[in-house]
Write a protein that binds this ligand. Structure first.
Ligand code: HAS
Length: 543
């Protein structure tokens, strides 16, 4: 990666890991409070912490890491960014950073304890929403810069498929752009006027629907960069080949189709949405599982073919040949394993009847700590171990590699305890998003306490894991020995079939996405606006 592009990517990484540190401290305090063994000092509110934790980790860490990684990936596979593209990248970076600072300020001053989903009728200071809007606008600028860069490559290479990693980046940014229109609409048209007092009420159902129109594809915006690393980087790290370039592209296009029109699976218990439309979106949710199953198949195939090429003959003998001592492989691999129960939990959540059991319980928190906080984050950590030294011109030494393996083990055990306890307690009805309470000495609530203590034990281990990863990242940024670290990009099998050219038919894909979104949302959305009871508190028609 060119030095100037490296600087841009590194700036994003630094904000991402700072967010990890601050968000991690909030996470530690939260689990301790919830165990009933600690009270927060200095008038800090539980929901203030929970908001900071969710915003800094789920929104800021992820967005900055992803955009930084993607700029580096574009530069590596589609060539050095032009001065204009890089400038757009910097404008996007500063817009997002200023937005982050404003939002964080209002959370820390206690004026925005509305959690990362900021559901109405919870209301924050207008600065919270403006800051978030700036983060979204900054990410759009970055996205457009990436589109322009890819289009330029295509122009210079007529009749060729865009490089796989760059293609995947374009899909992810297209997904993000389409999805974030929903959150931009609710923030600009509903929350900002309402928090400024320009409008008296807010249509809660519309705001939640626009949020989840964004909120579910958001999780795939997090997941797809992890899949980029699995599909493109891991084959090179283990010394194998990409199983199928076409399959990888196809799975990304399927994510583009199916990740947006599924937001109702977060609203299955909400009144005001006809069950028929919930049913349609549950079906579409099960469709979005397919590209993940394709990815699982592809990963198994890649690992097995590699092992067999080294001489493995028994059913699982190929496992022996994987580079278990290389953190660049092992850390994301643990992420893959976590996605087996994590994905199964997602399918449970999406099943309408089972959702009635788990919705708003701490099971859901367990689910997303397995998916985003293990599968995705461990893959990002594994990538940071080669990406940061590649960008800084340093090396990922043996010692750091060993520490990274210890980090992943600490993380896995901590998460197994914390997320396991969350899943279990959720099945006993323990609510999510609540501080410690004896609920008037209810015997059911008493049963949750041991699980809450287990969560505190697991959460403390996770905080230790954060300190370890931060130590490694600081070393890689400023102190590790100078050298050349590879940015690994896999190649396809020698005799692989040529990837068809139609994958770059972007207009067709966008039309299909728009049709699916209109199909899933138009009628129920029109109902929400029509049927909102105008006189009732908290409700107001949009128009
Ligand atoms: Fe989810 C709630 C459904 C995936 C994140 N999810 C959440 C929330 C978050 C989140 C943050 O339908 C909470 C939001 C909030 O605050 O309210 N989720 C799904 C479904 C999937 C899914 C169907 N979620 C994710 C991913 C996330 C994420 C990914 C983050 C990155 N989720 C839901 C639903 C809710 C929900 C409901 C709402 C619940 C409620 O009531 O509030 C699917 O995409 C999952 C498909 C995945 C698979 C797994 C494939 C396995 C692979 C690994 C292969 C392993 C290998 C290694 C190759 C089917 C790819 C093995 C090697 C060996 C040798 C063994």
């Amino acid at each position: 990666v060119d030095k100037k592009d490296a600087k841009l990517a590194l700036a994003h990484m630094i904000v991402a890991f700072t967010a990890l540190f601050l968000g991690g401290i909030c996470g530690l305090l939260q689990v301790l409070v919830r165990s009933g063994k600690m009270e927060l000092p200095a008038g800090i509110g539980y929901y203030q912490l929970l908001t900071a934790h969710g915003v800094l980790l789920a929104l800021i860490l992820t967005t900055f890491f992803i955009i930084g990684f993607q700029f580096a990936g574009m530069s590596r596979t589609a060539g050095t960014l032009s001065d204009k593209t890089r400038l757009a990248g910097w404008i996007g970076f500063w817009t997002m950073t200023i937005g982050t600072a404003i939002t964080t300020f209002y959370i820390l001053t206690g004026e925005a304890s509305v959690l990362y989903t900021f559901y109405a009728p919870l209301q924050a200071h207008v600065g919270f929403y403006i800051g978030l809007a700036l983060v979204v606008v900054g990410s759009w600028i970055a996205g457009f810069a990436m589109f322009v860069h890819y289009a330029k490559w295509k122009k210079q290479h007529p009749g060729q498929n865009g490089p796989l990693l760059s293609f995947m980046i374009v899909v992810n940014m297209a997904l993000w752009l389409i999805a974030s229109l929903g959150v931009a609409a609710t923030v600009l048209l509903q929350f900002i006027p309402w928090s400024l007092g320009w409008t008296e009420n807010i249509n809660v159902l519309v705001s939640r629907t626009l949020f989840w129109y964004f909120g579910h594809p958001l999780v795939y915006f997090w997941l797809l960069p992890a899949y980029m690393i699995w599909y493109v980087v891991i084959p090179k790290v283990i010394g194998g080949k990409i199983f199928s370039d076409s399959l990888a592209r196809m799975s990304f296009i399927l994510f583009l189709f199916f990740s947006v029109p599924v937001g109702f699976h977060h609203q299955l218990t909400e009144p005001g949405i006809d069950p028929f439309w919930k049913y349609i979106q549950v079906v579409l949710t099960l469709m979005v599982v397919i590209p993940s199953l394709m990815t699982a198949f592809s990963m198994f195939a890649m690992f097995e073919r590699f092992g067999r090429s080294k001489g493995a003959s028994s059913l699982f003998g190929w496992l022996r040949f994987l580079p278990w001592k290389d953190a660049r492989f092992l850390v994301p691999f643990i992420g893959m394993i976590a996605f087996i129960p994590g994905g199964a939990g997602g399918i449970i959540n999406a099943s309408h009847q089972l959702n009635q059991v788990v919705h708003n319980t701490i099971w859901v928190t367990g689910h997303f700590h397995l998916t985003i906080a293990t599968t995705v984050i461990l893959t990002f950590f594994g990538a940071a171990y080669w990406l940061i030294p590649h960008l800084t011109g340093r090396t990922f030494t043996n010692q750091l590699n060993q520490l990274a393996i210890v980090q992943a083990v600490v993380w896995s055990i901590g998460m197994l305890i914390m997320s396991g306890a969350m899943h279990w307690a959720g099945l006993y009805g323990a609510p999510r998003r609540s501080s410690f309470s004896l609920y008037g000495n209810s015997s059911q609530a008493a049963d949750w306490i041991p699980y809450q203590i287990a969560q505190a034990v697991g959460g403390t281990m996770l905080f230790l894991g954060i300190l370890l990863v931060l130590y490694i990242v600081v070393q890689l940024l400023w102190f590790a020995p100078k050298g050349d670290e590879e940015f690994p990009i896999g190649e396809t099998e020698e005799h692989a079939e040529k990837t068809p050219l139609f994958f770059d038919k972007w207009w067709l894909w966008i039309i299909i996405v728009v049709v699916l979104i209109l199909l899933a949302y138009t009628i129920p959305f029109a109902h929400m606006i029509e049927q909102a009871p105008p006189g009732s508190p908290g409700y107001r028609n949009l128009c």
